[in-house]
Design a protein around this ligand. Structure first.
Ligand SMILES: *Cc1c(COP(=O)(O)O)cnc(C)c1O
Length: 372
C-alpha cells in the first residue's frame, strides 16, 4: 500500500529553521522584536501596503480590525454562507449580527447581488472572503459599499498570491487579514497578519494589540483602553520571515498544482474547479473540484473513495448557517448545494507527480462508475 497522501503540509527549508534557531538563541532583550519587524516590513512590501501588524492568528487580526472600526451590537456584517467559522467568530464576539448570503456558483465567493439585497440601515460592513484563493468581485463590492456608505473588509487568509486587477488580495479593503496556520500556503504554525493602508486605523489596532497601550505612551504599564493580546512571537516571525522571502516560490508551486489538476480534469465537462479570474491571478491555496449534479458524485462518495485510496481529501466548507449556533438559511441555494458535491484535493508543496496521478486515478474511477 502506498503512503498516505496528506492534503496540506508546510514547506520549511533550512532558511526558516536557521532564522528560527537564531531567534531562539539571540532574539531576546533588545532583539526580541527583530524578526517581527522584518517579517512585517517584508509582508507589507509584498502586499503593497504601508502597514502590516503580525498577530497570533487571522481570527485575532479580524477581531482587532473590526473592533477598531467600531463594529458592535446593533451592527450587521454581511458575509458569504460558505465560509470557515473563523471569519464569523469575531463578528459574534463583538456582539454584531452576521448576515449570511449566497455565493456565486463559479467563484464560490460572495454573490454581489445577494449582498445588495441584504443591505439594511444596520449594515456596517461587508466581509469579503477570498475562498480557497478565488477572488471576490471586488469592483462590484466596492461599488455597493461606497454607495451605501459601509465598510469593505477582506479576509485574505486563503488568498496569498491572489491578485485582482494588479493589486494583491488583502490590500484593497478597509483592512485585510491573513492566516499563517499550518495548513496555509505560508505558515508560522499559528499566526496571522493585519494589513491596512489607513494610518489612523493602523494606530488604533496597534494600540489595541498591545493591551490598549498607545505607542509613545511614557507612563509605564499605562493602558488607555482595554485591548487584546494577539501578538506573534519573534520565533514564529522568524519562520514567517523565511517564508515571505520564498513567497513567490510557494505561491508559484500552488498554482502549478492547481493547473496540473485542471489539465488532468479538463476532459470531464462535469467537473469544475477554482476559476482563474478574468483580470487577475488565483493564488490557488486549495484546489477544489465540484461535481455536476448529473454525475451523481457527492462529497461523501468522493471522500470515501479518496479515503480508500489512502488520500486525505477534505469536505467543502459547510454553510455557516447550517451550524447549530446559527439560524439556517437554506435559501442560500448555491452555498448549500455546492457543498454537497465538492471536495478539496491534496496540494502540499512537495506533492509528487506520482501522488498527483493517484489523486487523478480516484477522480477517473469516480467519473467512470458514476457517469455510465
Ligand atoms: C484559516 C482561515 C482563517 C483563520 O485563520 P487563523 O489563523 O486560524 O485564525 C480565517 N479565515 C479564513 C478564510 C481561513 O481560511
Amino acid at each position: 500500500m502506498s503512503a498516505r497522501i496528506a492534503y496540506t503540509r508546510p514547506s520549511i527549508t533550512g532558511r526558516e529553521t536557521d532564522y528560527a534557531a537564531d531567534a531562539a538563541r539571540n532574539g531576546w532583550g533588545a532583539q526580541c522584536y527583530d524578526y517581527i519587524i522584518r517579517f512585517e516590513a517584508a509582508f507589507a512590501e509584498h502586499l503593497g501596503v504601508p502597514h502590516a501588524l503580525a498577530t497570533s492568528s487571522c481570527t485575532g487580526a479580524l477581531h482587532m480590525g473590526m473592533a477598531a472600526l467600531g463594529i458592535g451590537p446593533g451592527d450587521e456584517v454581511i458575509l458569504a454562507d460558505t465560509n470557515w467559522i473563523a471569519s464569523v467568530a469575531p463578528v459574534v464576539h463583538l456582539g454584531a449580527t452576521p448576515v449570511f448570503v449566497d455565493i456565486d456558483p463559479v467563484s464560490w465567493c460572495l454573490d454581489p447581488d445577494a449582498v445588495e439585497a441584504a443591505i439594511t440601515p444596520r449594515t456596517k460592513a461587508i466581509l469579503a472572503v477570498h475562498i480557497y484563493g478565488n477572488l471576490c468581485d471586488l469592483d462590484r463590492l466596492h461599488e455597493i459599499a461606497d454607495y451605501h456608505g459601509i465598510l469593505l473588509i477582506e479576509d485574505a487568509a486563503e488568498a496569498i498570491g491572489s491578485v485582482y486587477r494588479g493589486q494583491r488580495a488583502g490590500s484593497m479593503g478597509a483592512f485585510g487579514a491573513f492566516s499563517f496556520h499550518g495548513t496555509k500556503t505560508l505558515t508560522t504554525g499559528e499566526g496571522g497578519m493585519f494589513v491596512t493602508s489607513d494610518s489612523d486605523l493602523y494606530e488604533r489596532v496597534l494600540t489595541l494589540s498591545n493591551h490598549g497601550r498607545a505607542r509613545g505612551e511614557t507612563r509605564q504599564f499605562w493602558a488607555s483602553a482595554v485591548g487584546f493580546k494577539y501578538k506573534m512571537s519573534n520565533i514564529q516571525a522568524a519562520l514567517g520571515f523565511g517564508q515571505i522571502e520564498r513567497v513567490a516560490e510557494l505561491t508559484q508551486r500552488k498554482r502549478e498544482i492547481l493547473n496540473a489538476y485542471r489539465d488532468r480534469f479538463s476532459m470531464y465537462p462535469t467537473i469544475s474547479m477554482n476559476p482563474e479570474p478574468r483580470d487577475g491571478v488565483n493564488g490557488a491555496w486549495m484546489p477544489t473540484v465540484v461535481f455536476a449534479p448529473e454525475t451523481g458524485v457527492t462529497s461523501d462518495i468522493a471522500i470515501q473513495a479518496f479515503a480508500s485510496a489512502g488520500i486525505d481529501a477534505r469536505v467543502f466548507f459547510h454553510p455557516l448557517s447550517s451550524l447549530d449556533m446559527f439560524k439556517a438559511v437554506p435559501s442560500n441555494i448555491n452555498a448549500w448545494d455546492i457543498a454537497s458535491r465538492a471536495v478539496n484535493l491534496p496540494s502540499y508543496h512537495d506533492i509528487t507527480a506520482d501522488e498527483l496521478n493517484r489523486v487523478t486515478d480516484v477522480i477517473a474511477t469516480l467519473m467512470e462508475t458514476r457517469a455510465s
